[in-house]
Write a protein that binds this ligand. Sequence first.
Ligand SMILES: [Fe+2]
Length: 187
Amino acid sequence: MTRLIRYAVAQPQQALLHTRDTHLIAQLLQQAGIAFEQWPLRPLPADADSAAVLSAYQAEIERLQAANGYRSADVVRLRPDHPDRASLRQKFLDEHTHSDDEVRFFAEGSGAFYLHLGDEVLQLLCEAGDLISVPAGTKHWFDMGPQPLFTAIRLFVSPEGWVGHFTGDPIAAAIPRLDADSPLNAA
Ligand SMILES: [Fe+2]
């Protein structure tokens, strides 16, 4: 189930709020200018390729493209036995920004976004059916966990806009990660 934990940057080990209320989650994200939607899931065969995944959500993708100027879409699929899972996880664990929005729809599986907004960090566990759009310039990071399992549609204005600009802020290391002992699993 989709969950959100709010942390103060000054006290990163102590959650200020932990909620599974998707209306509250959408409200908190909206206040920060972050779009969050839940789309009805479409059945996908186990061997669905990228074209099949994109086709299943074509109407929603076209709506977002028309509204926000996204020109391309692709699909990332990761499974727990991926040989490069540790390095792929590490790649997104440090705080960064992009010059374009980072738009992800989880068609299967889950992953955690961390959004650094002023003096707080919102950790959002996205599950299948969740769409998040992190606006350009927003400080964030992403944890797919030690055994990644997700199929995500990515929308782009341009692939170059998605290059990460790393901030060097150590905050990402201070907030609990998506490991077995994550507070996300505690409630
Ligand atoms: Fe990112």
